[in-house]
Design a protein around this ligand. Structure first.
Ligand SMILES: *Cc1c(COP(=O)(O)O)cnc(C)c1O
Length: 500
């Protein structure tokens, strides 16, 4: 199967090329030329499979040039019992007779990014081999927290890859910093940058666009790449868990095969919710997609009005992984809704770039409204939802999942729609222990306590085990203590790769 660019559909590449390139040269995103289908019979057969078998089945339909052996190796290297704390990989938890939580955070870094970043390095190295690329991939990441650690854990010791992560000094939570500076592996490096996330991000962008420097790296057999969420190799693995959730509901007798469900996703870059939409395109019975945002509600407004306007204040919230004003993966969704109109997509994206705003046609708006509902909530409502969900169901959710639960509750109140609903849960509550404990009690619950005390207290309150990877941080050595100036980032890369 080939992939075309959303901004120039005459560009057509294999899946291995799409994964290797990440972004198309003219700035478009790669999308499949057509969507493979999954029949009702096939969905029934998924119910009897393990998560890894389901992943091989779904991914095999997209990565058609990968041999069965290659794909099996990628999947079985990613979703292992050493890395995931449950053999179900992405289990479904029943809250009540119509509300189900899809837990996507049992991986090594306790956030849903593991679902994609555990497999991406293997898809990438396989793609490099298949396209006869002899250079070693060097992944550069600027992170505000979750992505950096998930990428480090995914690329750790994967042959043919190196990874360097830059995080803002004083710009990530204590536990996120600990997770990164204690990272093990013989191909990894981590540095703090003096400044904020934007400084780290522009430093990385500068390295990516320095043609002379890239030539120097190429002479040393290195090729730069990124692990961000516009890569097809990150999106495709996310389609799998929506089929898997449906299969789990079939197994437990909660739904009949063919019955439509709703899906709720706490959204930032629009990758996760887009994956659920792609699952429906393939044949998964979904009635409504409910897109949940925090106070950065640019998507809520867009999905309701058809106007995307990023000219608005940026809010720092307690669900930081959703603090986003430009949702890159929306471009893929619009490409699909316009019937693959690369001209109009280029026009809208260029407007977004120059004016910060664009409006879709009434026809596209109508399609969005027939499929999507959208809502948002602020930090106070997020906190109240954590407390209420714990009181009602004895089940503790993290701040991001709480946004989804809050928006869903409002949706049900407004519509009365009691269709069985899967809510994507994107992080373990332990990863955001401060906010969660404050929500369950009050500010006094956290004053003067270190991270490990907080983990233990949350464990007592929630009756959940502390994830082993977080508990283990206590006894890990700090491996990376480098703090660099934002102008020195290139030197950090050169030193690590030993090029000059
Ligand atoms: C990245 C992230 C999100 C947002 O996912 P998108 O695919 O960018 O929409 C939500 N919750 C958590 C915990 C995340 O890490």
């Amino acid at each position: 199967m080939n992939y075309q660019s959303t901004r120039d559909k005459t560009i057509s590449v294999t899946s291995a090329e799409a994964i290797k390139q990440g972004l198309s040269n003219e700035g478009g995103l790669f999308v499949p030329e057509s969507f493979p289908t999954v029949t009702g019979e096939e969905i029934k057969s998924l119910a009897k499979m393990t998560y890894n078998e389901r992943a091989k089945f779904i991914l095999g339909k997209f990565l058609s040039e990968f041999t069965d052996e290659e794909l099996a190796k990628c999947v079985d290297s990613a979703y292992t019992k050493e890395k995931f704390e449950t053999s179900a990989i992405a289990p479904v938890y029943k809250l009540n007779d119509h509300e189900y939580i899809l837990e996507l955070w049992h991986g090594p870094t306790c956030a849903f990014k593991d679902m994609a970043l555990q497999i991406l390095p293997h898809l990438l190295t396989t793609s490099m081999k298949k396209t006869n690329e002899e250079k070693e991939v060097v992944i550069l990441v600027a992170t505000s927290g979750d992505t950096g650690k998930a990428a480090l854990a995914g690329f750790q010791d994967v042959e043919g890859t190196r990874i360097i992560v830059f995080y803002p000094d004083n710009g990530v939570s204590e536990i996120q910093k600990l997770q990164m500076v204690t990272q093990e592996g013989n191909n990894v490096s981590v540095a703090a940058v003096k400044g904020n996330f934007d400084d780290a991000q522009s430093g990385v962008k500068k390295i990516f666009t320095d043609e002379e420097y890239k030539k120097l790296l190429a002479r040393n057999k290195f090729s730069l790449s990124s692990a961000n969420s516009i890569n097809w190799g990150r999106l495709a693995p996310q389609i799998v868990y929506y089929f898997s959730a449906y299969a789990e509901l079939l197994n437990s007798g909660e739904i009949e095969n063919g019955e439509e469900i709703n899906v709720v996703v706490p959204t930032g870059n629009f990758g996760n919710i887009l994956a659920s939409y792609y699952a429906k395109k393939m044949g998964l019975p979904v009635k409504k997609f409910i897109c949940a945002s925090n106070e950065n509600n640019v998507l809520t407004e867009f999905l309701r009005t058809g106007v995307y306007n990023k000219n608005r204040p940026f809010h720092t919230t307690i669900s930081p992984s959703m603090d986003i004003l430009i949702s890159s993966n929306l471009e893929r969704f619009l490409y699909d809704l316009t019937g693959n109109d690369d001209k109009v997509i280029s026009e809208w994206m260029s407007k977004l770039n120059t004016e910060g705003v664009y409006e879709v046609s009434s026809d596209v708006k109508a399609k969005i409204q027939s499929l999507f509902a959208a809502g948002c909530c602020d930090d106070a409502e997020t906190m109240a939802t954590i407390k209420q969900t714990a009181a009602d169901y004895d089940y503790v959710v993290d701040t991001h999942t709480a946004v989804a639960v809050a928006v869903y509750n409002n949706y049900v109140k407004e519509t009365g729609d009691k269709t069985k609903t899967v809510i994507a849960s994107t992080a373990s509550p332990f990863k955001f222990n401060q906010s969660v404990l404050i929500a369950l009690e009050d500010h006094n619950a956290v004053v003067g306590k270190d991270e490990f005390t907080l983990l233990e207290e949350l464990s007592e309150k929630s009756n959940m085990r502390i994830p082993a990877s977080l508990a283990a941080l206590k006894n890990k050595n700090v491996v990376f203590d480098l703090v660099c100036d934002k102008n020195e980032m290139q030197n950090v890369v050169s030193d690590f790769l030993m090029v000059e």
